[in-house]
Ligand binder design. Structure first.
Ligand code: GLA
Length: 742
């Protein structure tokens, strides 16, 4: 709901009610200002929330000051502009390319009018939350910049059932002859006058094989930022951050999350000013970005989704999970039970043929596995990582029977068939490169960096996208292919495009992302039944925008169960279990060399879209019997894991009995609280450890039964006294308890 009242100065105040959160904007002397956001408040009279700091001679006032306390450098702007008196980080920075004399970039927004509509307008074909008139309301603030020919529409969608506000900005050049250049165009900026400088920032950092580790760090007076300059959202930082206070835990305290629906270079900046006011902003990274806005053109920013929780990080995550599952992911596979798959990558790497794949498929069928995925190495002359990307035709020396026959044989075993592509890439050793060297991103006269023996295709070009669409669709139409793993294994360097004019060089990174969305859109539209899994050397582009096209994402190339605990719990900060692809791989693990029991590997991989990635033909009958049980268990627990609420109970970084890194625990609870699945794992054991774990999210008055032992517990006992898990453990032991309400 969006309520409008009028302030004593006769200007509107907008109270956006989103679930149990409030977001209040006030127009003051024409400036759109942020009065409050957080857990819901009921007052209509909130004008006194505006910070009034007495005038200090070095702080700029607006040109026609009506009092001595409203300064642009202190005001909580909804969309702050650069160069007009607010010296904090700006959301928008604009250069007037038609100016008669030299002028530094400048922008300042003034409210002109507003529109409130039920539902959420679709601004462009690119990824965003989708919701209808029953789900949300949208406020659009139409703003002008009196010193410029640009106008700004600030979009705020308040979700009715979620404490979430979706924000985007549309910048328009309404002139018929003047041109501007956007140097910064963030999606959202949010000022918190009331958050104390002892607030903390939670974010997700990592690298290859170590994605999305949780870090929590105090803010400083000054700026902190997490960003990617890689042309992809990246393994190093995820386009997400949360502001919390020192006392915030998983269950208690304030948490404000900001998550950017974008797959390219991004920035999330947080700055605390000398008055303790905190600005949090998210958007496209300004470095390397410069967008020319010609007469009559619009620029639409990606969407930022802001979630408010008064009940800790746990609730914030659960809101993101449900919102993204129901209102971001699309297609029939969002709700449909995903097949348990076997992927041949860690089983064979590049060394396989049709016979080998069929031998794995036979064992898989015998274990109840439902899909075979043929990974890298099936095309061109691809026998290692040095050639053939771009040559998307079947290597008939390896797949001797041909792709349609192979798929038929796999289908005849009762398995679906999936295939790997890395569409955005080109190997210098490939037929495609021989035919079209100009299709790579490159800057004339500059050497091209090589990474994983490959270059990046210039998908800002329509002809390149057409080639990719035609070749990929050709393969997909040639056989009964149910699934595609869409990989992306290097980042963008020397990003030049042969077709764009020189003055549009600053657009390449963003145009690349738009090209990617266009291609994904075409493929998912042409093949609506396809299950798409995103991948980027593991989880290097695991972001909300990719989930819009691919409801599941390969979480990490590190399949070691113990390492996966950190990675999966970090990923769960924002992303739903159903989006997290998790596989049981061989022991000792190929990435870390650590040995872990098959039982534990199964339990840890059951945290999302479950599958296997090892050579089933080498396993003992005993192992295969355990796999049959795991597959059956996964089906039994599918709904609670993938549709339930997640509670992170113990993070590996938590101190338990005076030590960190010892154990971890989490649980899923079905929406109606009738079922729960609890997981506890001992990462590194010690002598006589005592473990009690208190469960969460259950109905305190209900009685739950452990489906394995038959033992009954009251919900209040499980949550207040906990489960006594004291036992003798080895490193890497894991326990799973399935509870159903009696
Ligand atoms: C990336 C992926 C792996 C695998 C290889 C194939 O690293 O993350 O899962 O597909 O590529 O080259």
């Amino acid at each position: 709901m969006i309520k409008t009242t009028i302030s004593t100065s006769g200007e509107p105040i907008f109270h956006l009610q989103a679930g149990d959160a409030s977001y209040i904007i006030s127009i003051f002397q024409g400036f759109p200002l942020h009065l409050y956001s957080g857990p819901a408040i009921s007052d209509d009279d909130v004008e006194d929330l505006l910070v009034r700091v007495p005038h200090d001679s070095v702080i700029p006032l607006p040109a026609h000051p009506e009092n001595n306390w409203f300064s642009c450098d202190i005001a909580p702007f909804e969309y702050p502009g650069f160069g007009t008196g607010d010296f904090r980080p700006s959301a928008v920075m604009v250069k007037d390319l038609s100016a008669q004399t030299a002028s530094a970039p400048a922008a300042a927004l003034r409210y002109e009018s507003h529109t409130i509509i039920p539902g959420k307008p679709v601004l462009d074909p690119y990824p965003a939350v989708h919701a209808n008139e029953n789900d949300c309301d949208t406020l659009i603030l139409h703003c002008i910049d009196p010193g410029s020919f640009l106008t700004y529409d600030l979009y705020y969608t308040a979700m009715r059932d979620y404490p979430a506000i979706c924000r985007r900005t549309v910048i328009k050049n309404g002139s018929d002859s003047r041109t501007a250049s956007l140097l910064r165009a963030y999606s959202a900026s949010l000022d918190f006058p009331e958050i104390h400088p002892q607030a903390e920032l939670v974010h997700l950092w990592g690298s290859w094989g170590r994605e999305r580790h949780i870090e929590r760090t105090p803010l400083l007076h000054g700026s902190m930022s997490v960003s990617s300059r890689r042309g992809a959202s990246s393994q190093q930082h995820n386009p997400f951050a949360a502001l919390v206070t020192q006392e915030t835990t998983e269950e208690y305290g304030m948490a404000v999350g900001i998550s950017l629906i974008y797959s390219g270079s991004f920035d999330i900046t947080c700055e605390v000013d000398p008055f303790g006011s905190t600005r949090l902003m998210a958007g496209i990274l300004p470095e390397g970005f410069e967008w020319r806005l010609n007469p009559g053109e619009d620029f639409v920013t990606p969407e930022a989704v802001i979630v408010f929780s008064g009940e800790g990080l746990g609730k914030m995550s659960r809101v993101y999970h449900k919102l993204y599952r129901k209102h971001l992911c699309r297609g029939e596979w969002v709700d449909k039970e995903r097949p348990v798959l076997i992927n041949n990558w860690e089983a064979t790497y590049f060394t396989f043929d049709d016979e080998k794949l069929l031998s794995i498929a036979k064992e898989a069928a015998d274990c109840g596995i439902e899909m075979l995925v043929m990974d890298d190495g099936w095309f061109g002359q691809r026998n290692d990582g040095t050639s053939s990307l771009g040559d998307w035709f079947v290597n008939e020396e390896k797949i001797r029977c041909g792709l349609p026959a192979l798929v038929e044989k796999v289908n005849a075993l009762g398995l679906k068939f999936g295939i790997w592509f890395e569409p955005e890439m080109i190997s210098p050793v490939s037929r495609l490169y021989e035919a079209h060297p100009e299709w790579c991103l490159k800057i004339p006269g500059r050497e091209m960096s090589i990474s994983r023996s490959q270059y990046v295709l210039d998908i800002t070009r329509e002809d390149v996208r057409d080639y990719l669409f035609d070749t990929i669709s050709g393969i997909l139409s040639s056989a009964n292919i149910a699934y595609v793993k869409w990989d992306f294994n290097r980042n963008l360097t020397e990003a030049g495009s042969a077709l764009l004019p020189a003055e549009q060089g600053g657009e390449i990174f963003h145009r690349y992302v738009l090209g990617l969305y266009d291609l994904l859109d075409r493929i998912t539209t042409a093949f609506p039944h396809l299950l798409l899994e995103g991948c980027s050397s593991g989880g290097g582009r695991y972001d909300p925008a990719m989930l819009y096209y691919s409801p599941q994402y390969w979480t990490s190339d590190d399949t070691d169960a113990m390492e996966r605990i950190d990675i999966q719990l970090g990923t769960s900060m924002v992303y739903p279990a159903a989006s997290m692809s998790c596989h049981v791989s061989a022991s000792p693990n190929h990435q870390t060399g650590r040995a872990t029991s098959l039982e534990t590997r199964g339990i840890i991989a059951m945290a999302g879209a479950f599958g296997y990635e090892l050579d089933l033909t080498t396993l003992t009958e005993e192992d295969k019997e355990l796999i049959r049980h795991q597959v059956a268990d996964y089906h039994r627990y599918y709904s609670v894991i993938n549709r339930g609420d997640l509670y992170r109970l113990i993070l590996p970084t938590d101190t338990v009995n005076g030590k960190t890194g010892k154990c971890a625990a989490w649980m899923y609870v079905s929406e109606d609280r009738s079922e729960a699945l609890f997981t506890f794992t001992v990462i590194r054991t010690s002598v006589h450890p005592v473990y009690f774990v208190k469960l969460r999210g259950l109905d305190p008055d209900a009685v739950y039964q452990d489906t394995a032992t038959g033992k009954k517990y009251h919900g209040d006992r499980l949550m207040n006294a906990g489960l006594n898990l004291t036992a003798s453990y080895h490193d890497g032991d894991a326990v799973m308890v399935h509870l159903v309400r009696c």
